[in-house]
Design a protein around this ligand. Structure first.
Ligand code: ADP
Ligand code: TYD
Length: 198
């Protein structure tokens, strides 16, 4: 099973990915956790390029995220799924659809078409979208975010709206979760939904 977490910066993805992995491991299953951008030596170098420094043109940004993702699927996600492990990934394809496809204005369909060959058509089985208000995202992340986190309020609203639209478009894969509650409550709800398919 391939599970991804999505949401605004500070929505609790890393926290929930860790809690879910722990619960799945306690249930006796092999789990691999990873994150995007990053998760491989090449991916971590691409992460540096993407999140530090100044402007990058929108298509260069989308292509670099896709490059890091291709490497992650090839090196980590694919092999783990093939040996029967559960994979939990902090951000994946939907981040590119929301941030580059919508907020950067490249188009969801075009960003999807860039990514599908890169990921060998490997879509997640389940995606948990942690929903928080964009203002809460700023409160949690503070003012020291990375290059993309420093984008303005309108950008964050566009990302939040894009995620909601993606959840409506792919209702069988993307499940929205109220991310404003205490972390342990959210974790309980998510594990409750995952447990029956382990
Ligand atoms: P993300 O990976 O989505 O950026 P993190 O899990 O790193 O989010 O959490 C960002 C910040 O918000 C951290 O300081 C974390 O302690 C805090 N946080 C995470 N989940 C919650 C929650 N449910 N309620 C309040 N604060 C949270
Ligand atoms: P990340 O390190 O996950 O930030 P956080 O843990 O604070 O949520 O992601 C870094 C930034 O990269 C984040 O602002 C979202 C952005 N991003 C994209 O724009 N497109 C993508 O495809 C991915 C994976 C991330």
């Amino acid at each position: 099973m391939f599970i991804t977490f999505e949401g605004l910066d500070g929505s609790g993805k890393s926290t929930q990915a860790e809690l879910l992995a722990e619960a799945i491991r306690d249930a006796g299953r092999d789990v691999v956790t990873t994150r995007e951008p990053g998760g491989t030596p090449l991916g971590e170098r691409v992460r540096e390029l993407l999140l530090t420094g100044d402007g990058i043109s929108p298509w260069a940004e989308a292509a670099l995220f896709a490059a890091a993702r291709a490497e992650l699927v090839d090196e980590v996600i694919g092999p783990a799924l093939e040996r029967g492990a559960v994979v939990v990934c902090d951000r994946y394809l939907d981040s590119s659809l929301a941030y580059q496809g919508v907020a950067r204005g490249l188009g969801v369909e075009r960003v999807l078409q860039l990514n599908l060959p890169a990921i060998g058509e490997r879509l997640p089985d389940r995606t948990f979208l942690l929903e928080i208000d964009p203002d809460e995202s700023v409160r949690r992340v503070g003012r020291n975010g990375d290059r993309i986190e420093r984008e303005d309020e309108q950008f964050r609203r566009q990302v939040a709206d894009a995620y909601r639209l993606l959840a409506e478009t792919f209702p069988q894969r993307i499940e929205a979760v109220d991310g404003s509650r205490p972390p342990t409550d959210i974790a309980k709800e998510i594990f409750g939904r995952v447990r029956e398919s382990l």
